[in-house]
Design a protein around this ligand. Structure first.
Ligand SMILES: [Zn+2]
Length: 157
């Protein structure tokens, strides 16, 4: 099994960055990540650059990168998937806001932190070590799974 690829996503591609995180990939993203900032981070942390910046991709010394051309995140995700295998990561294993790996948490420990209905109906919970957001397999997961299935990016329910 190959190591999942880590990405450095250009500031103009926020939605794509979020979907790469949904797929479980380490996708660095932030307001400083464009141009030289993006290139530097990619070099330092051995990340694959994902960009739409036509200027940037003219640089012959640019580290490994995927140049996306579409305006739409579904098509952008297909473009990335065509260049880099995206199946190596575990979907829903990463905080969508912080980009860090989630940790499993005892059900008893989330009683006060999730709505009562969720506590009663869910068995498994995860938490983000950074923002402490609690995640559980819920309806939004189902929608995302449908989306991924449609994109043929795996993660069958
Ligand atoms: Zn978080």
């Amino acid at each position: 099994m190959t190591e999942p690829v880590a990405f450095a996503v250009d500031t103009m591609l926020g939605r794509l960055a979020r979907w790469l995180r949904i797929l479980g990939h380490d996708a660095a993203y932030g307001p400083h990540l464009h141009g030289a900032g993006l290139t530097e981070l990619a070099r330092r942390e051995r990340r694959v650059i994902v960009t739409r910046d036509t200027q940037l991709v003219r640089d012959p010394n640019l580290p490994p990168h995927v140049f996306v051309t579409s305006d739409h995140f579904r098509e952008q995700l297909r473009e990335v998937a065509a260049a880099i295998p995206l199946a190596a990561a575990e979907p829903f294993s990463r905080c969508l806001d912080c980009n860090v790996a989630l940790a499993t948490i005892d059900r008893a420990a989330v009683r006060e932190r999730v709505p009562p209905y969720v506590f009663e109906t869910q068995e498994r919970f995860w938490t983000c070590p950074h923002c402490h957001h609690v995640y559980w397999p819920a309806t939004h997961h189902a929608r995302m799974r449908d989306e991924l299935a449609e994109l043929r990016l795996g993660a069958p329910a």
